[in-house]
Design a protein around this ligand. Structure first.
Ligand code: SF4
Length: 209
């Protein structure tokens, strides 16, 4: 079985397991996603949700955040860690977006010019906001793809490039979302449930049999 054939089978199995992926984000929410992904570095999703709730209530637009004192942003985002750096990036990013009529760019090239936005975040924005082909190589995606034998590297950009070669472009974004669900549910980092894994026959590692 080629990797392309294997990934199609994996997609089919995960689509059956997780038929729903929740609602798509609107373009109006894109700037909030830029903030959230910046805060998510070395922080849990739950904490990001708590912090952004207050942050967006106080500063409900890119312009409001762009005009906010960086020290105030820093104070509010400190629970997410790296407060000073994240506050600075958010402030600069919101200035760019506010000056662009509140529109978040829809190309990888332009997104990478926004402070704090790397390839992973840019792919997330392209996929979730604009419905464009995207491969989001987060920790779950990297771990599972290595275990399944789809890639043989932990370097996020290399994983992305390897996956682009075998995953149908229109399937990439949803597949990565399903890897996150699967990584929390079955193929966890420390104690994967290999005995109940529907991907077991396709898995190279089977780390916990
Ligand atoms: S068999 Fe185990 S290691 Fe392989 S994908 Fe399933 S849970 Fe992960």
């Amino acid at each position: 079985m080629t990797k392309k054939q294997k990934v199609l089978k994996i997609i089919e199995i995960l689509e059956n397991r997780y038929p729903e992926l929740g609602k798509c984000l609107t373009q109006d929410e894109a700037w909030q996603l830029v903030v959230s992904v910046r805060l998510a570095a070395q922080c849990t999703d739950a904490r990001v949700d708590i912090v952004t709730k207050d942050l967006f209530a106080k500063y409900p637009s890119p312009r409001a955040l762009a005009d906010a004192p960086v020290s105030d942003i820093e104070e509010m985002v400190r629970p997410c860690g790296l407060g000073r750096t994240k506050a600075r990036d958010i402030s600069l990013a919101m200035k760019i977006i506010a000056d662009n009529d509140n529109v978040v760019p829809d190309t990888m090239e332009e997104l990478l010019k926004i402070p704090g936005v790397g390839r992973k975040s840019a792919n997330l924005i392209l996929g979730d906001i604009y419905g464009k082909p995207a491969i989001v190589t987060d920790t779950h995606c990297i771990r599972i793809c290595n275990r399944l034998g789809l890639v043989d590297t932990d370097v996020p950009q290399k994983v992305e490039m390897e996956l682009w070669k075998i995953v149908p472009p229109e399937k990439g974004n949803d597949l990565c979302h399903r890897f996150v669900l699967y990584g929390r549910d079955i193929c966890t980092a420390r104690s994967p449930k290999c005995k109940e894994c529907p991907l077991m026959d396709l898995c190279k590692a089977k780390v916990n049999l």
